[in-house]
Design a protein around this ligand. Sequence first.
Ligand code: 5GP
Ligand code: MG
Length: 476
Amino acid sequence: MCGVLGIWGRSEVAADLIFGLTTLQHRGQDAAGAITFDGSFHVKIGRGLVSRVFEDRHQERLRGTWGLGHVRYATMGSTDVEDAQPVHVNYPYGLAMVHNGNVVNFAEVRENLYTEHHRLVDTSNDVALILYTFAAALEQRDLRALTFDDLFSCVDATRRAIHGAYAVICLIAGRGLLAFSDPHGIRPMVLGVRQTPKGPEYAIASETTCLDYLGFRVEGDIGAGEAVFIDATGTVHRHQGPREKPAFCVFEYIYFAREDSVLQGRVVAAERERMGRALADVVRRAGLRPDVVIDVPASGFLFASSMAQALGIPFRRGLAKNHHIGRSFILPTDEERRRMVGLKLNPIRGVLEGRRVAVVDDSIVRGTTSRRLVELLRGAGAREVYVISAAPPVVSPCVYGIDMSTTAEIIAANRTVDDVCRMIGADAVVYQELSALRSLYGEISCCDACFSGEYPTHVDREALDDIRREKEDAGR
Ligand code: 5GP
Ligand code: MG
């Protein structure tokens, strides 16, 4: 999972680009990069947080009024800077590209690019694959007389070749900024406009929160099969390409997006509160009567507080979090992840002693976090511990860019809720029900493959095996 940003401006863009990336930092902390254009490309890519990658001198060096930025959420093991974004080529146009998502037919596309178009993609980076495929389509056109229709038909050709989830922004040197989503619209992307004395400026970003901070008014989503091109004069062209049944990633609502973002017209915070209320029904039906509800900060907060309110049970802050510590989720071994949870979260004395505690997290994936939390809460005097997951049981790996691990690691795959409860040592485990989640998202039709195993695109065994192999290699 990653964050993308593209700005079509009329003044120097670097400062907004870099600041904008900090507002998408929650979408990726492993690498950051930016590219600008002022007749030539200027690039800066580095490992780690935006604030660490970009220094004042980079802002000066990134000259130009158009630019692209990226924050990378590497799945374990692929934190190499070579795989970071943006990527660019100088032929047949100067093209720079960033994307968020995951290509599921990587090997097929790579092979086809080499045999049909004599282009060798020698990275494992999806965006290079998309970029070369798009470039190969462009090259077959009369470049001197390239029309908007030509451009969009090259996007559609790219879509026919590339399967999976992708929200792409492409800077075409001297021509403009192009953005397009996959036919299911799995990953989020929004367009915004800002009036300036020099005329309107445009931004395209993964989330509206970024547009808010930068002062762009949100114009709407770039959804399933849509493409937007902002040409060199600042005119916006839109195109609806081939469109499949929409399958927007439901995990964006559960965990990934920031709570102040608006996705598909819905405020994420309000969605989490709705899910929290639905969770209260499940807890009630399970016959549980906790004395206190606490959250796993910070991602469990909105679920926990709204669930507690619906149940009429006090919500308290029972765990404090060290915010200045790395991610536990991608550490290679379970023992390291387990230790990291204890370094990150500390029970607050006095809130838990002698109480039946319901602790609410957004999701349980491998069960590492909840197993360690149960120990911590018992150690702090909790009489009983109920672990509540705002997400249904994760049972299948995500092939569209969310780091969900492999089936072998996922605790709920091929296990009952009772098994999970025993494994994490809780007195009870309650999951959101898939049917309840679906009834909340029936109208917009979401991808819930991680909970249902129903993938919206064709996913062959090979793609699933690739993910497994990648993880196993990384674990070595
Ligand atoms: P587990 O410890 O069960 O493997 O993972 C669940 C915990 O990891 C939850 O606290 C949840 O907030 C977090 N989590 C779930 N999905 C992701 C993810 O894709 N990336 C990261 N960094 N954390 C995640
Ligand atoms: Mg968490």
